[in-house]
Design a protein around this ligand. Structure first.
Ligand code: NAI
Length: 334
């Protein structure tokens, strides 16, 4: 079956890693018509705002997108496209499986955690204003609707993929109303899934427990800000952002993306590691029911890392990005 998928190559190393992923998926025999979106800079040169340049229409039509990293200015400048896409497309669940990749050095072994993060509200609602000069207010929005639906997503995911335990992570001892509402919403959903062990843990303790003994965790369910922080922390346990995938899932559409940034320091040098985007594309293949192709690409990726012969320098190798990609493709053919 042929799929039409929106591709947002993004900025910096985005176009390089996207190109590598496209060639690997083509070599795996997946038939994809990529509907490619121009870079933000190119769109803005034409005097058009990126979010109004057809990207939303393309994703809504195709229902699936693969996205490279996009640049966001710190403190000032235009709002984040990443946050904009999640809001505009109502991609309410951010899913990040975090697992060791054999061949990548890390402090912990046998880590296998799935992080489910609410993706549309909390402090990321973007409701900030200056009350008087020197005083800024930033609103934390938590709703029963968003908390319930992300909880349902997490429990359904756990049931479907045989996960045994979910920890809801919170700070309801201090934020009694907002995090309290999150917890009461999650508890109601948890009651519908008696076969899945349900636990609650305060976010600061959760961070400590993660770096002491991550193997005690199975699925973590979090609001937006805690989820953002803890999912990077979790990535650090298995070797960093270069080796973890991510998916943003809504009712009808899904956007898969690497969680690292645009890496301006190495852009254009043919050293950017495509692994994170490739792993996200493997999640995407499973999402579109290309299970066999997903298995084939993942198997080749695991072999390349296990053998350790053509790894890029961010994971301790000396290979160029092209050498890594070519080796992976020839491994798949063997
Ligand atoms: P970054 O992830 O771009 O870079 C951090 C370090 O990791 C750099 O040394 C970089 O060379 C390295 N690195 C990142 N990806 C790599 C890869 N695939 N292969 C090899 N090395 C890699 O983070 P930074 O510098 O904080 O952000 C740069 C820009 O990226 C900012 O404009 C930021 O807003 C944006 N960004 C975008 C994201 C997205 O679109 N999802 C996520 C994070 C940051």
């Amino acid at each position: 079956m042929k799929h039409t998928i929106t591709l947002i190559p993004g900025d910096g190393i985005g176009p390089e890693v996207s190109k590598a992923v496209k060639s690997i998926l083509a070599a795996a025999g997946v038939e994809i018509d990529w509907e490619e979106i121009a870079s933000r800079a190119e769109v803005e040169r034409r005097g058009v705002d990126f979010m109004h340049a057809g990207v939303l229409e393309s994703i809504r039509k195709n229902r699936v997108a693969l996205k490279g990293p996009m640049e966001t200015a710190v403190g000032t400048g235009a709002p984040s496209i990443n946050v904009g896409l999640r809001k505009a497309l109502d991609l309410y669940a951010n899913l990040r499986p975090v697992k060791n990749l054999e061949g990548v050095q890390s402090r912990f072994h046998h880590v296998d955690i799935v992080i489910v993060r609410e993706n549309t509200e909390d402090l990321y609602a973007g409701l900030e204003h200056t009350v008087v000069p020197g005083v800024v207010e930033s609103l934390k929005i938590i709703t029963e609707r968003a908390s319930t639906r992300v909880a349902r997503f997490a429990f359904q995911y756990a049931r479907k993929f045989g996960r045994k335990k979910i920890h809801a992570v919170h700070k309801a001892n201090i934020m009694k109303l907002s995090d309290g509402l999150f917890l009461t919403s999650v508890r109601k959903v948890a009651a519908e899934y008696p076969e899945i062990e349900y636990k609650e843990i305060i976010v600061d303790n959760a961070c400590m427990q993660m770096v002491l003994n991550p193997n005690q965790f199975d699925v973590l369910l979090l609001t937006n800000l805690y989820g953002d922080i803890m999912s990077d922390l979790a990535a650090g346990l298995v070797g960093g952002l270069g080796v973890v995938p991510s998916g943003n899932i809504g009712e009808t559409v899904a956007v898969f993306e690497a969680v690292h940034g645009t890496a301006p320091d190495i852009a254009g040098k043919n050293v950017a590691n495509p692994t994170a985007l490739l792993m996200s594309s493997i999640m995407m293949l499973r999402h579109i029911d290309e299970i066999e192709a997903a298995q084939r690409v993942e198997g080749a990726l695991f072999t390349v890392y296990r053998e350790g012969k053509s790894l890029t320098r961010d994971v301790g190798g000396t290979a160029s990005a092209t050498e890594f990609t070519d080796n992976l493709i020839s491994t798949m053919g063997n």
